[in-house]
Ligand binder design. Structure first.
Ligand SMILES: C[S@@+](CC[C@H](N)C(=O)[O-])C[C@H]1O[C@@H](n2cnc3c(N)ncnc32)[C@H](O)[C@@H]1O
Length: 351
């Protein structure tokens, strides 16, 4: 008899033979409905966040009329959105009053520093539209356009979204990295500078440089200035594939960058970093590293689609692949440590 992966384990092939034909009645399509409706759940969540439901309920539980008044929605549309969030476990209904669950209150109400709404906005505005062409992109072997070519006004949305997605991993980085005190760090493809700032927050003597493409470099400069780190972390605009990397650093961070490139390009990047590193220099590679099969952890396996739809060579890689690249480019692999969720840290030293 055929069964669902949960019952029989994901490794067991679900192969139907002629002799299984009599068992059709025992098979139901619930799992297909559940997975196929995933886009409805995502879009309901993006809409509830954009329409301010969680923020409105941050003021306290309220009935439907009150929720409609707080959000400016009609009673019917407030109910559709709020009931979907109840069904998905992000709101609770106590009698006729809606309330944020602890998860929504913490990450979606805007009332705490752990705000995940920028990630939802990024996925809704930049990712969701291009995922409609996933089959086309996989079929052609290339997305219709790359994330590098997005409109200028979308760059801050993308940068803020990536910063929100990686915030927990950033917080875990200093302990996992274990850099010597007063290290000078080059954060290559450093985004808004959030990873460099996390290291600088943990060590008041740490200094460094964020190296980024010009559009994002401007976002990083502003972010570092407003956060008060501009005197310790500078920004250099450049292209890591074609420009010389800045010299004079003891440690190098490449966070969520290798998933943009082919294995060959990644080895060229690691070689270029090695060329500006002294022996013993530390290398930190943070990413959605997978197991050797590229199927675990599940969020990383799904993110392979996100990378493939945003950049020509986007993909996920395994820890074992990274170790082989390191060995081939003058680095010694020193270990892997979890950071947060599906993001982990591969560490190496310049040989
Ligand atoms: C997924 S983001 C990661 C940002 C940051 N490291 C983080 O983890 O939050 C990848 C970053 O690499 C930068 N990047 C991509 N190609 C680059 C290149 N050729 N030269 C410099 N930076 C590049 C992008 O601008 C983007 O900010």
């Amino acid at each position: 008899m055929l069964g669902w992966p949960e019952r029989h384990g994901p490794a067991q092939a679900q192969v139907m033979t002629n002799t299984d034909a009599h068992s059709h009645d025992a098979v139901d399509p619930d799992r297909i409905f559940q997975l196929a409706q995933g886009f409805m759940a995502s879009k309901h969540l993006f809409a509830a966040s954009e329409l301010g439901l969680f923020e409105a309920l941050g003021q306290g539980p309220v009935d439907l009329a009150g929720l409609a008044a707080r959000t400016g929605l009609t009673a019917r549309t407030a109910r559709i959105s709020a009931d979907a969030m109840v069904a998905l476990g992000l709101l609770e209904r106590q009698g006729d009053r809606y309330a944020n669950t602890p998860v929504a209150a913490t990450f979606l109400s805007g009332a705490t520093p752990a705000d995940m709404r920028p990630l939802l906005k990024f996925w809704d505005r930049l990712s969701y539209p291009v995922w409609t062409d996933l089959a086309g992109a996989l079929g052609r072997g290339r997305p219709a356009s790359q994330v590098f070519d997005i409109d200028e006004e979308l760059v801050p949305i993308m940068s803020a979204g990536i910063e929100a997605a990686t915030a927990a991993a950033c917080r875990a980085l200093p302990a996992a990295a274990g850099l010597p005190p007063a290290s000078r760090v080059l954060d290559i493809g450093g985004g808004t500078g959030s990873w460099a700032m996390a290291l600088a927050q943990a060590d008041p003597d740490l200094t460094g440089t964020v190296f980024e493409l010009p559009g994002v470099a401007a976002v990083a400069e502003e972010r570092l200035r407003t956060a008060g780190f501009a005197t310790r972390i500078s920004v250099v605009a450049g292209d890591l594939l074609t420009d010389d990397l800045p010299r004079g650093h003891h440690a190098f961070l490449l966070a969520n960058v290798v998933h943009y490139f082919t294995p060959e390009t990644n080895q060229a990047v690691l070689r270029a970093i090695r060329a500006v590193a002294e022996p013993g220099a530390r290398l930190l590679l943070a990413d959605f590293w997978t197991d050797p099969t590229h199927t675990q952890p599940l969020p990383a396996a799904l993110m392979a689609g996100e990378f493939a739809i945003h950049v020509n060579d986007g993909d996920v890689y395994s820890v074992q692949e990274s170790a082989a690249w390191l060995a081939a480019t003058g680095w010694s692999y020193t270990g892997t440590a979890p950071l947060a969720g599906p993001i982990s840290l591969v560490t190496a030293k310049a040989a």
